[in-house]
Design a protein around this ligand. Structure first.
Ligand code: CA
Length: 235
């Protein structure tokens, strides 16, 4: 069955462009122009994903995201926020409200579809022993080792303990943007003695670790928001 995607956007030109792109991508788009219309569309049928404009008349996209994250009906529905350039400073707020990813206007249909596919495909599950695979990387949880697939077979990745924990978190939560604060909470356990800068340091080290395997592009910077780990390395 086609996945249903709810577009919450008040500008007709963008809404039409997005709906057209979604149909091309074999999705079933439905549209709402404001919070009230969005609520009634969700009551009708819960969508598989929501594309949410930041600037809406009345209730903002951010408020809507917050509300949907609290309601049992919509808690698990991925949300991709559509933001304008210049709204970067607010993106961290969106992440903390539970938004999964961002697409910055103006965006291409290709870019939008790629983000949607990635978010829909991601799996949060790892095996009981902590083993997980994303793209060309695999963690052997029992052995605490990381391997990169190569044509010549699996190559072991030399990795430090903090980078290992960071990578493990990323690989069990791929295709989703996390702010530095969120990464600190998840990977460092919210220790008050660790500064946000620490995250950047270990991100750099993690990229260096993956570089020899040409996989450093999996660790992506999302400007004004934080970091994302993606199965498809950025070039
Ligand atoms: Ca708008």
């Amino acid at each position: 069955m086609q996945k249903r995607i709810l577009i919450v956007e008040d500008e007709p030109a963008i809404r039409d462009m997005v709906a057209f792109a979604l149909r091309k991508g074999d999705y079933d788009p439905i549209h709402a122009g404001d919070a009230r219309e969005a609520q009634s569309a969700i009551a009708d049928r819960v969508p598989d994903l929501i594309l949410l404009d930041w600037m809406l008349p009345g209730t903002s996209g951010l408020e809507l995201a917050r509300r949907w994250r609290k309601e049992s009906l919509t808690r698990e529905v991925p949300i991709i926020m559509l933001t304008a350039r210049g709204e970067e400073n607010d993106r961290v707020g969106g992440l903390e409200a539970g938004v999964d990813d961002y697409v910055v206007k103006p965006f291409s249909a290709r870019e939008l579809l790629a983000r949607i596919r990635a978010v829909l495909r991601r799996s949060r599950e790892d095996d009981e022993d902590g083993s997980v695979g994303v793209g060309s990387l695999r963690i052997d949880g029992a052995a605490h080792r990381v391997f990169a697939n190569a044509e010549s077979g699996d190559q072991p990745v030399q990795i430090g303990p903090t980078e290992y924990r960071l990578l493990h978190f990323f690989m069990t939560h791929p295709e989703r943007v996390y702010s530095r604060t969120q990464l600190l909470d998840h990977v460092w356990g919210g220790s008050v003695y660790v500064e946000e800068r620490t995250v950047d340091v270990h991100i750099r080290r993690l990229r260096k670790t993956l570089e020899p395997h040409l996989l450093d592009g999996m660790v992506q910077t999302v400007r004004g928001a934080g970091y994302r780990f993606s199965a498809s390395p950025e070039v």
